[in-house]
Structure formats: structure tokens, C-alpha cells
Ligand binder design. Structure first.
Ligand SMILES: NC(=O)c1ccc[n+]([C@@H]2O[C@H](COP(=O)([O-])OP(=O)(O)OC[C@H]3O[C@@H](n4cnc5c(N)ncnc54)[C@H](O)[C@@H]3O)[C@@H](O)[C@H]2O)c1
Ligand SMILES: O=C(O)[C@H](O)CO
Length: 326
């Protein structure tokens, strides 16, 4: 009998087709799965889960008696209760490395769009308002040769630093759990205490994972420390930022502008007051979502799944201890 695999949201169709050759696959492409009897049945039978951001809680695991592996199609894994998974010796995997450049392109694009007010000016042209010369209050600010502070100098942080250093001649400050040799040697990045980075940067870019430690790590106090001319970019997770404090910082001009790819709750409510602000540029959590990158992420997730279901160690295993216990 073939093992059962539950596919959840945004797994590339070509990868699903391949999986169907080896496994009994049940797919769910809608995130509203709670109370769906088909989902409950698939979960009960599942040997493996592959997908994007399924909230894997103790309660969900109680209803998945056969589960051996959960394969995220994402590098972030704040959707997983890793402790609970490990306790039950269920393997968990993510997709590091394959999305660094794609995500850095998007986050750097967001930085440029915010600084040069690209979405606002695009609307200005398309709505037929471009009939007189531009006014100084429509000008943007320079990006090149400014100081970029990166909080979280991991894989994506370094890909952003590479763009900033080689493409835009920026000076790079960074704050991280530990010093990073590659960033220092190749991109001339200087390690900084958290507060120093906030006070000295023209652009502050947040690229840390969502953990208990990073929850709301940027709030009212942190915005007050930033330059009034600072542009804040969040490419990490919404819960790393106090959204209400961001709103106030933008309205009260404590900082100049912000660009965010992520929100506390996603999809964000259309009534979110942040969406009314001219000095905020947003994206719908799309950092790693190009056709090519989504395919590569799905392929790596499937490789993890296959390895685990074959009793081998998956290439990007998150809970090493579960493997050792086996
Ligand atoms: N917007 C998107 O579409 C998108 C795409 C990919 C990843 N992400 C987010 O970006 C995060 C980073 O991805 P990555 O691949 O670079 O991960 P990574 O693990 O390579 O890098 C994260 C870095 O953050 C540092 N860090 C962790 N906690 C910290 C703290 N409290 N203070 C300072 N530094 C801390 C770590 O030392 C590490 O260097 C992911 O966890 C995910 O949440 C978002
Ligand atoms: O963490 C990631 O890989 C992206 O944010 C997609 O969830």
C-alpha cells in the first residue's frame, strides 16, 4: 500500500504530479480547513504533510496518528510546534538556501519602491494626473551610498547585503546572534549593537525568524530611536513588529516611510489602518514567490518528504534530535 501524503496550499503542480506516482495524495488548496471532514480524514491517514504554513499544533497532531514528517514549503517554520513534533519523533523540514536571491530581490525591490515612491507615482501617471511638472513633495530619497542596517544577517540578510554593497555602494551595518565573516569580508558589513544600528541607519531592514525572542522586537521605543529620515523594511514576519507602533511612527513622522511584505495577520484585514498611509508600501507576503523559486522550494520539500518516508535523513531537517532518537 502506498503511503498517504497530505498536500496543503501552494505546492507546485509538477511536483504534486510526481508525488502522485509514489504516494496516495490528497490536496487542499484552501487555507480554510478547520471543520472540513475531508481534511480531517486525510490528516488521520497522513504519513507525511507537505505544504505552506499549515499551523501544526498539539491539537492537530493529536488527530494525525500516522504522521512521520511535516515538510514546509518555506524557510520560516514559525507555523510548527517543533517541540511537540520532536516529542512525538515526527520529523520537520524547511527549504533554506533555494530562496535567498529571490527573496532578497523582492525585499530590495520593496526598499527601492518605498524610497522612490514607485507605487504612488505609478498611480499618479495611470490616473491621468501627470499634466504639470512634478512637485518637490513627490520626490523620493536616494538609496545609493546610504547606510543600510540589517537585523538578522542570515542567508537572506547576506543576499540583501550583497545587492546593497555591489549594486548600490551602500555602507552596511548589521546585528545578528553572532558575527558573520562572509558579510564582513565580502560586503564590508560592520557588526553593531541593536540600538546603534537603529540610530545610525538610513534604512533598517528586518530579516530575523519569528521566535519568542523576536516577537515585536521593533516597537514604539525602536521607532523613536531611528532617524526621522529612516525607512523601515520588514521582509521577515509580521509578528516581529508591533503594527500599532508602526502606524503611529508613520503618522507622527517619527520615521520617513516603511515597506512591508508581511503582516501580523495574513491576509491582512482590508480595514487595517496601515493600508490608509501614503508613506507605507506593502506586498502580500510574496518575497519568495516567483514561478522558478516556488518550483525549487516545492522540489526541495518533496526531496525532504521522500527521504523521510524512505527512512533516510532529509536534507533540511529541523529537529535533528528526532532523527537521532530513531
Ligand atoms: N517575506 C518572505 O517572503 C520571506 C521569505 C523567506 C524568509 N522569510 C523570513 O525570513 C527569515 C530569515 O530567513 P533566512 O533564510 O535568512 O534565515 P537564517 O536562519 O539564514 O537567518 C536568520 C538570522 O537571524 C538571526 N537571528 C535570529 N534571532 C535573532 C535575534 N533575536 N537577534 C538577532 N539576530 C537573530 C540568526 O542568527 C540568523 O543569522 C525566515 O525565518 C522567514 O521568517 C520571509
Ligand atoms: O519563510 C518563507 O519561506 C516565506 O516567508 C514563505 O512563507
Amino acid at each position: 500500500m502506498k503511503p498517504n501524503v497530505l498536500v496543503y496550499m501552494r505546492v507546485d503542480k509538477r511536483v504534486i504530479k510526481e508525488l502522485e506516482k509514489e504516494y496516495e495524495v490528497t490536496s487542499f488548496h484552501n487555507h480554510e480547513y478547520i471543520g472540513n471532514p475531508d481534511f480531517d480524514l486525510a490528516l488521520k491517514k497522513a504519513d507525511g504533510i507537505i505544504g505552506l504554513s499549515l499551523k501544526v499544533t498539539k491539537e492537530l497532531l493529536d488527530n494525525a496518528p500516522n504522521l512521520k514528517v511535516v515538510c514546509n514549503v518555506s524557510v520560516g517554520y514559525d507555523n510548527l510546534d517543533l517541540e511537540e513534533l520532536s516529542k512525538r519523533k515526527i520529523l520537520a523540514t524547511n527549504t533554506p538556501g533555494v530562496l535567498d536571491d529571490t527573496t532578497a530581490d523582492a525585499i530590495f525591490g520593496l526598499l527601492l519602491s518605498t524610497a522612490r515612491r514607485i507605487p504612488e507615482l505609478d498611480q499618479f501617471v495611470k490616473s491621468g494626473q501627470w499634466d504639470i511638472s512634478l512637485q518637490p513633495d513627490q520626490y523620493g530619497v536616494d538609496v545609493h551610498h546610504k547606510t543600510l542596517g540589517i537585523i538578522g544577517m542570515g542567508n537572506i540578510g547576506r543576499a540583501i547585503a550583497r545587492r546593497a554593497h555591489f549594486g548600490f555602494g551602500m555602507d552596511i551595518l548589521y546585528h545578528n546572534r553572532s558575527k558573520n565573516k562572509e558579510a564582513e569580508e565580502l560586503y564590508q558589513a560592520s557588526y553593531c549593537e541593536f540600538d546603534d544600528l537603529l540610530t545610525q541607519s538610513d534604512f533598517v531592514c528586518l530579516m530575523v525568524p519569528a521566535t519568542k525572542e523576536t516577537e515585536k522586537m521593533i516597537g514604539a521605543k525602536e521607532f523613536q530611536k531611528m532617524k526621522k529620515s529612516a525607512i523601515f523594511i520588514n521582509g521577515s514576519r509580521g509578528k516581529n513588529v508591533d503594527e500599532e507602533a508602526l502606524y503611529h511612527a508613520l503618522v507622527n513622522k517619527e520615521i520617513h516611510a516603511a515597506g512591508i511584505d508581511v503582516f501580523t495577520n495574513e491576509p491582512t484585514n482590508p480595514d487595517n489602518p496601515l493600508l490608509t498611509l501614503k508613506n507605507l508600501v506593502t506586498l502580500p507576503h510574496i518575497g519568495s514567490s516567483t514561478t522558478e523559486c516556488e518550483y525549487n522550494m516545492s522540489k526541495l520539500a518533496a526531496k525532504n518528504l521522500r527521504a523521510a518516508l524512505n527512512g533516510e535523513k532529509p536534507p533540511s531537517l529541523l529537529n535533528e534530535t528526532s532523527w537521532l532518537i530513531k
